[in-house]
Design a protein around this ligand. Structure first.
Ligand SMILES: [Zn+2]
Ligand SMILES: [Zn+2]
Ligand SMILES: [Zn+2]
Length: 334
């Protein structure tokens, strides 16, 4: 496996040889009892046989942690080794319990695992960015059926984050305001694309949604680093409660989605030019993006380069807002 840089768009592409495809064992490798061979990177409670959340190395990692990136040229092209970290966050010992059906206290423990792993991986100066994501449902590429998220650390900043960071910086240069704070303010005052909000958090279908029911979940206040913001059990629980109801709404329209955290890059990474993140803490704003995968709504002729979305976000938000969340599920155990 290696990483190649497209010299035109400057984005990195993972090139995998055909022999490296992962196999799915019959027995779930993440269930308690089958997982004793896996090294524990993190567990909650700490080092406890009856763990509730556990982080282990990915069984078929896209990235490998040893060594350095060995960047090299091939004529005008750039490539490097697949240096990085690839971890699995096992969200519950219960194979059949989806994240959205866990009580908020348990979802908060998953958030704490994200916080802890991001903070730890950012200490490694080889990594420019830490990505937290989860693929739910086979059509979203979920490879292991046990409820889990994934964390990767990479020596490059993923393309879409790069775009966001540049836009946020440019907007701040121009207006001395955070772009996402301004979006949140406008959406809350218009109430057209908002799905739900509290005094702390808001969920909305973005103005230029790429897919039907695309939903962002974000703090209504400003903060750029997820792992420095949601550090207290209280804040994790508040966000867990909110996220749970949004996932429940989305799951009533689609079983499959990608969820990805967008947060600040590693400002301590090697080779970062001093000053390039001068305004980062003022200009960037962490958020989760949820991209449902709806097979019946995806057009076969749609070009990958231009998103084709057949459902206006205003209609999507109205529909998601109108979904009744069962009271028992909202309260859960908290
Ligand atoms: Zn399992
Ligand atoms: Zn902001
Ligand atoms: Zn984003």
């Amino acid at each position: 496996m290696e990483l190649r840089k497209d010299p035109i768009t400057m984005s990195w592409v993972i090139i995998e040889g055909p022999e490296e495809n992962g196999i799915t064992p019959d027995d779930c490798p993440l269930c308690p009892g089958n997982d004793s061979g896996l090294q524990s990177i993190y567990s909650s409670p700490y080092n406890h046989p009856n763990w509730q959340v556990r982080v282990v190395p990915h069984l078929h990692p896209v990235y490998r942690i040893e060594g350095d990136a060995m960047r090299c040229g091939e004529g005008l092209y750039d490539k490097m080794r697949n240096l990085g970290a690839h971890e699995i966050v096992v969200e519950t010992p219960d194979h059949a319990l989806p994240l959205s059906q866990q009580p908020p206290e348990k979802i908060a423990q998953v958030l704490q695992a994200y916080v802890s792993r991001i903070a730890d991986l950012k200490k490694d100066r080889r990594f420019r960015y830490i990505t937290v994501f989860r693929n739910q449902g086979q059509s979203a590429g979920q490879d292991l059926s046990h409820p889990h998220s994934e964390i990767t650390a990479t020596p490059f900043i993923p393309r879409r984050i790069g775009y966001e960071l540049r836009s946020a910086q440019r907007y701040f240069d121009l207006k001395e305001r955070c772009l996402i704070c301004d979006i949140v303010k406008q959406e809350i005052s218009q109430q057209v694309r908002t799905v739900d909000s509290t005094d702390q958090f808001v969920a909305l279908c973005p103005f230029a949604s790429r897919v039907p029911y695309e939903t962002w979940v974000l703090p209504a206040y400003h903060h750029c680093h997820f792992e420095e913001d949601l550090t207290s059990p209280e804040s994790q629980l508040r966000f867990a409660r909110f996220l749970k109801t949004i996932l429940q709404r989305l799951e009533s329209v689609t079983p499959a989605y990608h969820l990805v955290l967008h947060s600040s890059p590693n400002t301590n990474a090697k080779f970062e030019q001093a000053g390039s993140w001068k305004t980062l803490s003022d200009d960037y704003h962490w958020h989760f993006e949820i991209l449902p995968v709806i097979a019946s709504k995806s057009k076969s002729y749609s070009l990958k380069e231009v998103y084709y979305n057949s459902l206006p976000p205003e209609d999507a938000a109205a529909e998601l807002r109108s979904i009744a969340i069962p009271a028992a599920k909202i309260s859960g155990a908290g």
